[in-house]
Design a protein around this ligand. Structure first.
Ligand code: SAH
Ligand code: SF4
Length: 339
């Protein structure tokens, strides 16, 4: 059986190097090549002797995730369709923001999603399976190997509900931090609002950013587009978010997808400002991205700016999330594993 280097901790890699008669120090070199220098193959690990590289190639591969397809958007966003050894596929999206040197990877935490939000392509697919910690981190490794670039930020906004795969997501974040050397403050976990798991993150004093997919200020509206509202309603969610901000000392991000005629009215904006009035948060407005087979519309431009304005006059900090990769179906909510 070939060893997969990216599925070993530094300690395991050291043991492996010792077991084939190499010094422990080789493990650190390999580790840096994989995580920090983003090489494509063992051949590129040029500070290892040619002979050792040949030997290593007989025994091991860097990663066994397959890049099925790579699409580049006109705005520079790159979408990767990746395949695991059981033929299940997920997308990972790489976003560059022009104004910063940051490279953000949007990773998947599950194949599919059980939460069934009406506006989301992943939700339409249903739940298939959880990803293991290494399956999550290999997505970023694949991007780094393909592009030769170093990812600086992680958002859990690909396929899946990260809080329903919490322990694997936390383990992946630990690997991102320790092996990829990505700071915990540069990671964001996005959830549709799984209250008991938010409480757990508060107890763990998570220092990464928690983003909440709120999408409606009133239960009647939220129920129609997010089935999770029936289980963990806005009132329970609010209480848990207040506790979270108090326990962690961190503000949360509120995501709000504006859908034409559904949740984008002035009344909704005022209700939202009221709902969030005592919560320490930033608001991120997202314009609904069309999903095949659903009946929703994009909001009118005027309504987007009016909505933002109404929140701002109520004293909230609001940004409109830049649209990324719309032409290649890489934008929020458009990920469904299709080729
Ligand atoms: N399951 C998690 C994370 C993945 S979804 C969650 O729901 O938070 C990432 C973000 O994309 C969420 O805020 C989600 O509501 C949003 N989204 C889903 N479908 C969308 C669509 N069609 N247009 C715009 N945003 C969408
Ligand atoms: Fe799942 Fe998030 Fe999509 Fe809802 S929006 S179906 S929680 S991935």
């Amino acid at each position: 059986m070939m060893k997969v280097l990216s599925r070993m901790s530094l300690g395991e890699l050291e043991e492996f190097c010792l077991s084939i008669g190499q010094s422990k120090f080789r493990a650190r070199q390999i580790y840096n090549w994989i995580y920090l220098k983003s090489v494509k193959s063992i051949d590129d690990m040029t500070d290892l002797s040619k002979r050792f590289r040949e030997e290593l190639k007989e025994l091991a591969v860097v990663s066994d995730i397959k890049v099925v397809k790579k699409q580049v958007s006109s705005d520079g966003t790159v979408k990767f369709l990746l395949e695991y050894s059981d033929a299940q596929r997920v997308e990972t999206v790489l976003m560059r923001f022009d104004n910063r040197a940051n490279l953000t990877a949007c990773v998947s935490s599950q194949v599919g999603c059980a939460m069934g939000c009406a506006f989301c392509a992943t939700g339409k697919r249903g739940f298939i399976r959880n990803l293991t910690p290494y399956e999550i981190t290999e997505q970023v490794l694949a991007i780094q190997m393909e592009t030769g670039l170093k990812v600086t930020n992680i958002v859990f906004m690909g396929q899946g509900e990260p809080l329903l795969n919490l322990y694997n997501v936390l383990a992946a974040m630990k690997i991102f931090n320790e092996s990829f050397q990505i700071g915990v403050r540069r990671m964001t976990v996005s959830t549709c609002g799984i209250v008991p798991q938010i409480n757990k993150l508060a107890q763990l004093n998570m220092q990464s950013t928690l983003a909440i997919s709120l999408h409606a200020p009133k239960s009647e509206i939220r129920q129609k587009i997010m089935p999770v509202e029936k289980k963990y309603n806005l009132e329970l969610l609010k209480k848990s978010l207040i506790d979270y901000t108090k326990m962690t000392g961190r503000r949360v991000t509120i995501e709000y997808v504006l859908i034409g005629g559904v949740n984008d009215s002035a009344v909704c904006a005022k209700d939202l400002a009221y709902y969030l009035s005592d919560l320490n948060c930033n608001i991120n407005l997202i314009v609904y991205n069309p999903v095949e087979g659903d009946e929703f519309k994009r909001p009118k431009k005027d309504d987007i700016y009016k909505f933002k304005y109404l929140l701002e006059v109520a004293g909230k900090k609001v940004t409109i999330r830049l649209e990324r990769g719309l032409d290649i179906d890489a934008a929020c909510g458009q990920l469904s594993g299709k080729v």
